[in-house]
Design a protein around this ligand. Structure first.
Ligand SMILES: CC(C)(COP(=O)(O)OP(=O)(O)OC[C@H]1O[C@@H](n2cnc3c(N)ncnc32)[C@H](O)[C@@H]1OP(=O)(O)O)[C@@H](O)C(=O)NCCC(=O)NCCS
Length: 264
């Protein structure tokens, strides 16, 4: 690849159409239906954001958010973030999210929300560890049935709150690393009825998704159900996800007992 990397808002109908090709490449055709360019144009016209990373003329990835309010506070719901597979792992996902953060702050928007599959470790690391977003709710079967790797699996999603002016988020945006991992003594939540009496708990999740979705749908479904029950029980009593770690070879979320939810 050649040319200078630029992240900017989209300027033409052709560029909006190009987002559908990036989406298809990022998610895989059969695994996810793709949002039509016309929906992105309309949502952008109505106050949303569609921005992309270009190398020369080639669109490598894009981010798309739609206007939202929380009571009277203006916020943005980030509906899509996608990077072409051959451009992944080069920091473009982070660059696009930081562009979105700056764009929102310039317009007085201090909260961005989005959803993701909590079993995807890469997304968890990007959202929680790198961007320092938090999670206070799980939306059960949010999108209903999806084909491809999700066939037969409820589309449970974590809803992310990205408080753009939170000091930890500001530090992360400047490239400040996460605090050192000191979670070896933190108890693990295993059953909804027996949540440890601790201000901090670990919530393990299925390793190696989405490969296991393909190879072992039965185990994936059982893991999904167990995780949903536990996560919802923890959120109901005021825990929030603040970090990602590993315990006994399994990935795990770190949850701290905090207080009120951002959204009610
Ligand atoms: C998720 C996605 C947008 C990330 O884009 P990307 O350009 O590859 O991400 P980056 O290179 O900026 O990496 C961002 C962070 O993700 C994590 N990450 C990246 N690759 C990883 C990997 N292979 N394993 C674990 N974590 C990984 C790291 O925390 C990384 O931050 P760091 O480099 O500072 O450590 C991209 O993989 C994608 O398009 N996936 C398919 C669509 C999707 O899931 N969209 C997001 C929905 S929430």
């Amino acid at each position: 690849m050649s040319g200078r990397l630029v992240v900017r808002e989209l300027r033409s109908a052709e560029e909006f159409i190009e987002t559908t090709h990036v989406s298809k490449a990022a998610w895989g055709f059969a695994e996810r239906s793709v949002s039509p360019a016309s929906d992105l144009v309309a949502a952008t016209h109505a106050g949303g954001l569609t921005a992309a990373a270009f190398e020369g003329k080639k669109m490598l990835g894009f981010v798309h958010g739609i206007p939202r309010t929380n009571r009277s506070e203006p916020c943005q719901h980030s509906h899509l973030l996608a990077v072409r597979p051959d451009a992944q792992g080069r920091g473009l996902g982070v660059k696009l999210k930081l562009f979105q953060r700056a764009w929102c702050l310039e317009r007085g928007i201090r909260l961005v929300t989005w959803t993701y599959d909590p079993f995807l470790l890469k997304n968890a690391k990007l959202n929680i560890e790198r961007l320092r977003a938090t999670v206070r709710s799980l939306l059960p079967d949010f999108y209903g049935h999806m084909g491809g790797i999700y066939a037969g699996l409820p589309t449970d999603r974590f809803e992310v709150d990205w408080r753009l002016d939170d000091p930890l988020v500001e530090r992360a945006a400047r490239g400040g690393g996460p605090p050192p991992d000191g979670y070896s003594d933190v108890p693990v939540a295993t059953r909804p009825g027996t949540i440890p009496l601790s201000p901090r708990v670990l919530l393990p999740f299925l390793a190696d998704a989405p490969r296991v979705y393909r190879t072992d749908p039965k185990r994936s479904l059982a893991a999904r159900r167990k995780f949903r029950r536990l996560a919802m029980a923890l959120f109901a009593v005021g825990y929030e996800v603040t970090d990602v770690t590993a315990r006994d070879g399994e990935p795990a979320y770190v949850l701290d007992r905090t207080g009120d939810k951002v959204f009610e």
